[in-house]
Write a protein that binds this ligand. Structure first.
Ligand code: FES
Length: 109
């Protein structure tokens, strides 16, 4: 399966993903600009992505903790999610995500 990620510079990357992996892990392991400070423990919000509107409704909803963390970011949108909480499966083949400034190791937001 693949996920399609637009980075903070607008460049589009097609990344090979694995069922059961977190979207955050795939982007990090492919070297994209994602801080993911807490390593996927849902406690930092530095893995913040915007989910393509066509895909947003196909993901399980966020937990209260995830919602609170998203609320703490300055670049939140209605389609914001934390990518460490998106567990990949074959039904998500082609999932489109955009990395946010607040996920960047250098930009910050
Ligand atoms: S990596 Fe910290 S909340 Fe996702």
């Amino acid at each position: 399966m693949k996920i399609v990620v637009t980075d903070q510079a607008g460049e589009v990357h097609e990344l090979e993903g694995l069922e059961g992996w977190r979207a955050m892990e795939v982007m990090r392991d492919w070297g994209l600009d994602i801080k993911a400070e807490c390593g996927g423990a849902c406690s930092c919000a530095t893995c913040h992505v915007w989910v393509d509107p066509d895909w947003a409704g196909r993901l399980p909803g966020p937990s209260d903790d995830e919602e609170d963390l998203i609320y703490s970011t300055l670049d939140q949108k209605p389609n914001s999610r934390l990518s460490c909480q998106i567990i990949l499966n074959d039904g998500l083949d082609g999932l489109k995500l955009t990395l946010t400034p607040s996920a960047s190791k250098t930009i910050g937001a």
